[in-house]
Design a protein around this ligand. Structure first.
Ligand SMILES: *Cc1c(COP(=O)(O)O)cnc(C)c1O
Length: 347
């Protein structure tokens, strides 16, 4: 019998989006009171949006289908076509959102080569365009926290504060792509509201480490959220009994924030195993739940190494060049990590 007696476990480290809803979350979804969110009367969506607006200290919130949509709505609701947006070259918005802000919003993105995903704040003032009809109008700046391609690093609070000061000085809006802001909150102890004070709008994803099946929330001032709501409808993102999904997000914000610390411990253990192996080198210090490492042993071919890992149940993603990414989450147990530690160096 092929494979009998072998450990059949699958440790899915491809992303923290792969989490399946827990029994408690499923129960909350089944019990959710729902209405028609397009007509504005889904009580669970309303409760969730109110709670998130309060938690982040903003006037209003909008529940949307994805982080990509939340970022897109944030950008197009705070700019005009022909405007320019400053952001990091490794940001999710620049790389993984199918140029939505260019296609839908007519925006020009101006990327910077920041270290680990942090904007070079000293260079920013020099690129703000003078008021002249030759130029695009610089109107918004984005920060990403934690930084996905930056190995899950936390954007230091004081550095965002500097970007925020720059934005205020030049009358620009600041959007925070806080897809994994909860991870930064848990590590730093700096609450959501203080991070959000630095920005005009914030996106938080619930389908990542927070473990909900679907959705992100955008928080901002009432005017921006009204525009975002109009755009969401225009893009076909109006949804009806969305309370079913919002219930999962409410459950997540109440139950799944503090536990992110465990994911960080798991990532640190994975990072220790990798850094002890001379074939590999960590690209960034591991602060949260993302581990990005470089395969420095040139005899190793990336795709075949990733598939060898998959054969022993460890799934991960090639991450460009000679890099590989692993992401921990609630569906990885500490026992899985022990298995990883015993297995990895033998592959
Ligand atoms: C995942 C992610 C998003 C949004 O992704 P969706 O898959 O559209 O929900 C946005 N920004 C960052 C940094 C992310 O990691």
């Amino acid at each position: 019998m092929e494979g009998e007696g072998l450990d059949k476990r699958v440790i899915d480290l491809r992303s923290d989006t792969v989490t399946k809803y827990s029994p408690g979350m499923k129960e909350a979804m089944i019990r959710a009171e729902v209405g028609d969110d397009v007509l504005g009367d889904d009580p669970t969506v309303l409760l969730f949006e109110k709670k998130m607006a309060e938690l982040l200290g903003k006037e209003d919130a909008l529940y949307v289908v994805s982080g990509t949509m939340a970022n897109l709505l944030a950008l197009i609701s705070q700019t005009k076509p022909g405007d320019e947006v400053l952001l990091d070259r490794n940001s999710h918005i620049f790389n993984y959102e199918a140029a939505g802000s260019a296609v839908i919003g007519g925006l020009q993105l101006h990327p910077f080569d920041g270290t680990g995903g942090f904007l070079p704040v000293d260079e920013l003032p020099s690129v703000v365009r003078p008021d002249n009809f030759h130029y695009p109008r610089t109107s918004l700046v984005c920060v990403e926290n934690t930084h996905n391609r930056g190995g899950g690093m936390i954007y230091p609070f004081d550095m965002i504060k500097e970007v925020s000061g720059f934005a205020a000085e030049f009358n620009l809006k600041l959007h925070m792509d806080g897809a994994r802001l909860a991870n930064a909150v848990v590590v730093t102890g700096i609450p959501f509201i203080r991070w959000a004070e630095l920005a005009d709008s914030v996106n938080i994803c619930f389908s990542k480490g927070l473990g909900a099946p679907v959705g992100s929330v955008l928080v901002s001032d009432a005017e921006t959220i009204k525009r975002a709501r109009d755009w969401r409808k225009r893009l076909g993102g109006g949804w009806r009994q969305a309370g079913l999904l919002a219930a999962a997000c409410l459950y997540a914000i109440e139950n799944n924030v503090e536990r992110l610390g465990e994911d960080h411990t798991k990532a640190a253990r994975i990072a220790d195993t990798i850094s002890a192996d001379p074939r590999f080198a960590l690209v960034y210090p591991v602060q949260t739940n993302i581990v990005i490492f470089e395969v420095i042993d040139v005899s190793i071919e990336i795709e075949s190494f990733v598939s060898k890992l998959a054969q022993v149940g460890i799934r991960c993603l090639p991450f460009g060049g000679r890099r590989i990414r692993m992401v921990t989450h609630m569906d990885i147990s500490f026992d899985d990590i022990t298995y990883f530690e015993k297995t990895f160096s033998g592959i």
